[in-house]
Design a binder for this molecule. Structure first.
Ligand SMILES: Nc1ncnc2c1ncn2[C@@H]1O[C@H](COP(=O)(O)OP(=O)(O)OP(=O)(O)O)[C@@H](O)[C@H]1O
Length: 263
């Protein structure tokens, strides 16, 4: 069995009287595509916000295993930029790009979290800074090719078709060289053709060994893509398992009453 890279214990998040996360346990294994699903308001985005340092959880622990560095890192309480540095990257439910920057620049920005010469080098452009810039550009080209956006490289991000903007967000997240990629509703608002392209892209990324945790409402996508699925309702985990187990789970069917689980 593959190794755990993310381990979450007893995660709880209260907003005043609302318990958005209630004692949640979850793990992601190296190289897998895991999905987090649940009805509206179940707490999925709150969970991502706790993982990525936007919210400080009320209780619980979040550990990231960097086996390449022989390290177990506690992410709880870290600022978002530190979380990214440690190897967690995410996309958002609502697209967050720099609309007036080019597609290439949007990816380069993602990469700068891994470079040292950026801030000082921006003022004193020495050979090291120039070399680093060249490497960043080179890598950004490669990532854009991977996500199928090379032809848009010099366009402003805001001029891209919707599905391409979503793929650009994934490209920018990949530029941080994450050990775990978090995708928050990557197919939201996409047409069926864009969704198929997205599924292919996620599969390709996973084939490269990238671990992925995604939130998604499109059941067909979730069932076809995921190795394992975690199901939340009212802030609690109500089920976990392989897609075929989840589809038949009575608690899941009840939580989704009136919605389609069997895709
Ligand atoms: N910043 C906040 N302040 C107060 N309550 C919040 C905040 N963020 C989320 N909540 C509440 O926490 C609960 C979980 O919300 P969350 O957005 O995490 O659910 P979700 O599963 O992502 O929903 P959806 O699928 O609709 O995006 C909801 O009751 C929501 O109103």
């Amino acid at each position: 069995m593959s190794e755990t890279i993310l381990e979450v214990h007893g995660l709880t998040m209260d907003f005043g009287g609302v318990r958005a996360l209630n004692n949640l346990d979850l793990d992601v294994r190296s190289g897998e595509i895991a999905a987090l699903i649940g009805p509206n308001g179940a707490g999925k985005t709150t969970f991502f916000n706790c993982l990525t340092g936007l919210y400080l959880p009320t209780k619980g622990d979040i550990f990231l295993y960097r086996r390449d560095k022989d390290k177990k890192i506690s992410l709880k309480g870290l600022k978002p930029n530190k979380v990214t540095e440690h190897g967690l990257a995410r996309t958002f439910q609502n697209i967050r790009l720099f609309p007036m920057m080019t597609v290439l620049e949007n990816v380069m920005i993602g990469r700068h979290c891994r470079t040292k010469a950026f801030v000082i080098g921006a003022f004193f452009r020495g050979p090291r800074t120039r070399r680093e810039e060249e490497e960043i550009i080179e890598m950004s080209h490669r990532i854009l090719e991977k996500v199928g956006l090379s032809r848009f490289e010099n366009d402003f991000a805001m001029n891209l078709p919707y599905g391409a903007q979503r793929r650009l967000e994934i490209a920018r997240a990949l530029a941080t060289e994450p050990v775990l990629l978090l995708l928050d509703e990557p197919a939201a608002g996409m047409n069926p053709y864009e969704t198929i392209e997205l599924v292919n892209l996620i599969q390709e990324i996973a084939t490269d060994g990238q671990s992925i945790l995604l939130i998604e409402h499109d059941m067909k996508l979730v069932m076809s893509l995921s190795d394992r699925i975690f199901v939340m309702d009212y802030g609690k985990k109500i089920a976990q398992g392989r897609p075929e187990e989840i589809r038949l789970n009575p608690a899941v069917i009840t939580a989704y009453l009136g919605e389609e689980v069997d895709a």
